[in-house]
Ligand binder design. Structure first.
Ligand code: MFK
Length: 157
C-alpha cells in the first residue's frame, strides 16, 4: 500500500524522520488502517537508551513524523481529495508532547497508531500510541500546522 510520505514532493522529501530522500534518516511510512494511521518501525541496536530499551528521542521522532504525515492525510481525506492531488497540503510540527508510560523494549518492530482528534483551520491534532511487544509504552500528542508557502524560504510543494 502506498504510504502518505510517498506523495511528498522530492523537493521536501529530505526530513530526517520521514524523507525518502534522506539516506541517513528513518524514512518512516504511514498508512490508513480504517480511521487510524499506522507506522511500523524496527529500531536498531544503536537506538539504545538503557541497554535493552529504546531511546526516547527516537520515539519522539517517530511520533513527530507519524503525526505530521497523519495530519496531511486527514486533511486530504476531510476535503475528499486524493493524496498527491494539487495543490499539496503539507504539515509541520507546532507542538510535540510525548508521555513515556513504560520502558520500550528494544525487541522487534514498534507500531504507532494515530487518531485524528481535531481538524480546525490549518491545524490538525493527532494522538498516537506507541506499541511494543503488544503493550502501549508511550503516547504522543502533536499539533500539526499546515506549512506556510514561505516556510523557511521553501516552497510548500
Ligand atoms: C513538506 C513537509 C513534509 C515533510 C516534513 C514533515 C515535518 C516533520 C516534522 C518536523 O520536524 S517539522 C520541523 C519542526 N517544526 C517547525 O520548525 C515549525 C516552526 N514553527 C512554525 O513554522 C510556525 O510556528 C507554525 C507553522 C507551526 C505555526 O505558525 P503559523 O503562523 O502558521 O500558525 P498560526 O498562528 O496561524 O496558528 C494556526 C493554528 O495552529 C496553532 N498553533 C500554532 N503554533 C502552535 C504551537 N506551537 N503549539 C500549539 N498550537 C499551535 C494555533 O493556535 C492556531 O490554532 P487555532 O486556529 O485553533 O487558533
Amino acid at each position: 500500500m502506498e504510504a502518505f510520505q510517498d506523495h511528498y514532493d522530492d523537493a521536501v522529501a529530505h526530513c530526517y524522520g520521514c524523507g525518502r530522500n534522506n539516506e541517513h534518516g528513518h524514512q518512516i511510512k504511514t498508512c490508513w488502517e480504517g480511521e487510524e494511521t499506522v507506522t511500523r518501525f524496527t529500531p536498531e541496536p544503536y537506538h539504545t537508551a538503557i541497554p535493552g530499551f529504546v531511546y526516547g528521542g527516537l520515539i519522539a521522532s517517530l511520533v513527530d513524523c507519524h503525526s505530521t504525515g497523519s495530519a496531511a492525510a486527514a486533511m486530504y481525506r476531510q476535503q475528499n481529495r486524493e493524496l498527491g492531488s494539487q495543490p499539496p497540503m503539507r504539515f509541520v510540527t507546532g507542538s510535540l508532547h510525548v508521555d513515556y508510560l513504560k520502558p520500550t523494549p528494544l525487541d522487534g518492530a514498534l507500531e504507532l497508531r494515530g487518531r485524528i482528534v481535531e481538524i480546525k483551520g490549518r491545524k490538525v491534532v493527532v494522538e498516537t500510541d506507541v506499541i511494543a511487544c503488544g503493550e502501549v509504552t508511550a503516547r504522543g500528542r502533536v499539533v500539526a500546522v499546515q506549512m506556510p508557502a514561505d516556510f523557511g524560504g521553501a516552497k510548500a510543494a
